[in-house]
Design a protein around this ligand. Structure first.
Ligand code: ASP
Ligand code: MG
Length: 460
C-alpha cells in the first residue's frame, strides 16, 4: 500500500502570540501541499497564567476573577484581531466562552476547597491548548479552510498516571487511534490537535510537562505514520551553542536522532526531551523551523548519523543539575547497589539524569529540584557499604555533542586542554557513555568562559 503523504505541523506558544503571527501560521497550514495535521500549544504566556491562577486561587475569590479576566481578554483580543467574518468570530467566541467558563468553575473549586490534586491541576492546564485550538480553527475558517479541533484526551492517547510528566503508551494509542486516523485523512478536513496532554485509561487528563506539545506532535506523527514532522518556533532551531552565552553561534543544519535527543536535555531545550522517541521506529524526519523566516531550512533531524568534518556540532549546557557523590570503599564490589538506589529514587519520582561510577564512588546527576529529597532518601542507605554522601551544588553540566566523537582521536584531550587553559577545574568528565556526547562538569560561575573556550576550539 502506498503511504499517505501526511505532514504534522506543530506550532509553539511563541508562534501563537497575536494576530500577526497567527495569520502566518494559518498561511503555512493553508499552503501546505500534503495533508496537514496540526498540533498547537497554548498561546504564549497562557500556561503560565493558568499555573499562577491555580497557585493563587486557594481561598481568594478575587484572584480567580483576576485570572479569568486576563484569560478572557487575551483570547478575545486575539480572536478579534485575527477573524474578520462576524459569523465565524461569534461562533469562535461562543466556543471559547464555554471553555473559559469551565476554567472558572474549576478555579472556584480550588478556591473554596483550598485543595488541588495533580489530576485537577493537569485538567485545568489543558484548557490553554483547548482554547488555542478553537481560535486557530476559527481563523482557518475565516480564511476559507475547514478544520476540526481534536481534543487529545478523547482519542485513546493513553498515558501513565504521572499527571505532570506523563509518557504515552504508544502501542495502545496506535490501536485506539488507527480508525480515527483513517477517517480524518479520508475526510480531508484539517485536524487541529491540542498539544500537551493525553489521558489515563480512566480518562483523566495528564500533561507531558512544560514544552510537552512537541511530544504530542511526535506521538500524533507516529499515530498517522506521517511522512514528516515540522516543529515551528519563533527562532532558529538548534544552534552551535546557546546564543545567551556565545556571540557567534550558527544554526545546525542537520542532526541525527541521537544528537537531537541529547541536545533536548540541554541549553534552550529546543525540543521536549521525549520528542524523538515516538517517531524513531518509523524513521520520520523532523524539521525545526522559524516562523519569521519560513524559507530557511532550519534544523533537519534524521535517523542516521551524519558526521561532520569538525565532528562537534554543539556545545550545550544544563544549569539545573546537582551532583550527589556516594562514597564507600566497597561500592564497586556490591552487586545490585546501583539498582537499589535507582529503585528508591524512582519510587519518589526522582529521575537520575546520568550516573558515573568508579570502585569507590557513585556520582548521580539529578535535577536541582530533586536534590534535597534525593539526599534524604539516600541517607537511609548509609551503613556498611555506603560510608559518606555529599552533595555538590553550583555546578553546571556541559555537553559536547557530535556524531563520531568517540571514533576521532584527540577530541577529549582538546576538551580538557581548552578548559584547563581557562584555569578552570573540571569537577567530573565522562566520555564513552554515549557515542555522540561527552559530559563535563564545571563550577557554575565559570560556565560562560568554558563554553566560549570550547566553542572557539571546535566551532570557531
Ligand atoms: N503549553 C505548554 C507549555 O507552555 C505546552 C507547550 O507549550 O508545549 O509548557
Ligand atoms: Mg510553550
Amino acid at each position: 500500500m502506498e503511504k499517505n503523504i501526511i505532514k504534522v505541523l506543530k506550532f509553539g506558544g511563541d508562534c501563537l502570540n497575536g494576530s500577526q503571527n497567527i495569520l502566518k501560521v494559518v498561511e503555512i497550514i493553508i499552503s501546505e501541499k500534503s495533508f496537514p495535521v496540526v498540533v498547537v500549544s497554548a498561546m504564549e504566556g497562557m500556561t503560565d497564567l493558568l499555573i499562577n491562577g491555580i497557585n493563587k486561587a486557594k481561598g481568594k475569590e478575587t484572584n480567580v476573577s483576576d485570572t479569568i479576566s486576563v484569560l478572557t481578554e487575551y483570547h478575545y483580543n486575539v480572536a478579534q484581531e485575527s477573524i474578520k467574518n462576524d459569523k465565524v468570530f461569534n461562533k469562535t467566541i461562543q466556543e471559547i466562552t464555554v471553555l473559559i467558563k469551565k476554567v472558572e468553575r474549576l478555579l472556584y473549586g480550588v478556591c473554596y476547597t483550598e485543595e488541588i490534586t495533580d489530576a485537577v491541576r493537569a485538567y485545568i492546564l489543558s484548557y490553554g491548548e483547548r482554547i488555542s485550538a478553537s481560535i486557530i480553527s476559527g481563523v482557518l475558517e475565516d480564511n476559507g479552510t475547514q478544520s476540526n479541533v481534536v481534543e487529545t484526551d478523547k482519542i485513546g492517547l493513553i498515558t501513565d498516571e504521572n499527571y505532570e510528566n506523563a509518557t504515552v503508551d504508544l502501542e495502545e494509542f496506535k490501536r485506539n487511534f488507527n480508525f480515527l486516523a483513517h477517517n480524518i485523512f479520508n475526510s480531508g478536513v484539517i485536524p487541529i490537535f491540542t498539544g500537551f496532554f493525553g489521558s489515563t485509561p480512566e480518562g483523566k487528563v495528564t500533561t507531558f510537562g512544560r514544552g510537552g506539545a512537541d511530544y504530542t506532535a511526535s506521538v500524533i506523527a507516529f499515530g498517522f505514520d506521517a511522512t514528516e514532522l515540522e516543529i515551528w518556533k519563533l527562532d532558529n532551531g538548534f544552534t552551535s551553542a546557546d546564543p545567551d552565552f556565545v556571540n557567534n553561534t550558527n544554526v545546525i543544519e542537520k542532526l541525527s536522532y541521537f544528537e537531537a535527543a541529547e541536545l533536548s536535555y540541554f541549553g534552550k531545550k529546543v525540543l521536549h526531551p521525549l520528542t524523538i522517541e515516538p517517531i524513531a521506529p518509523l524513521e520520520i524526519p523532523i524539521s525545526v523551523k522559524n516562523l519569521l523566516d519560513p524559507k530557511n531550512k532550519g534544523t533537519l533531524i534524521l535517523p542516521d548519523a551524519y558526521i561532520e568534518e569538525n565532528i562537534v556540532k554543539s556545545i550545550s549546557q544544563n544549569e539545573n543539575i546537582s551532583m550527589i557523590r556516594i562514597h564507600g570503599t566497597g561500592i564497586g564490589y556490591k552487586p545490585g547497589l546501583i539498582r537499589n538506589i535507582g529503585d528508591a529514587l524512582s519510587a519518589s519520582n526522582i529521575n537520575i539524569f546520568a550516573t558515573v561510577s568508579s570502585q569507590t564512588t557513585i556520582n548521580l546527576l539529578i535535577e536541582n529540584k530533586d536534590a534535597e529529597d534525593a539526599v534524604e532518601i539516600l541517607n537511609s542507605f548509609k551503613g556498611k557499604i555506603i560510608e559518606k554522601i555529599d552533595f555538590v551544588r553550583n555546578i553546571a553540566l556541559i555537553a559536547v555533542i557530535g556524531e563520531g566523537l568517540l571514533k576521532k582521536r584527540g577530541i577529549f584531550g582538546r576538551i580538557l586542554n581548552s578548559i584547563s587553559n581557562e584555569k578552570v577545574n573540571v569537577e567530573m568528565a565522562s566520555a564513552g557513555a554515549s557515542e555522540v556526547a561527552i559530559y563535563i562538569i564545571v563550577p557554575k560561575d565559570e560556565l560562560k568562559e568554558v563554553i566560549n573556550a570550547l566553542h572557539k576550539e571546535f566551532i570557531g
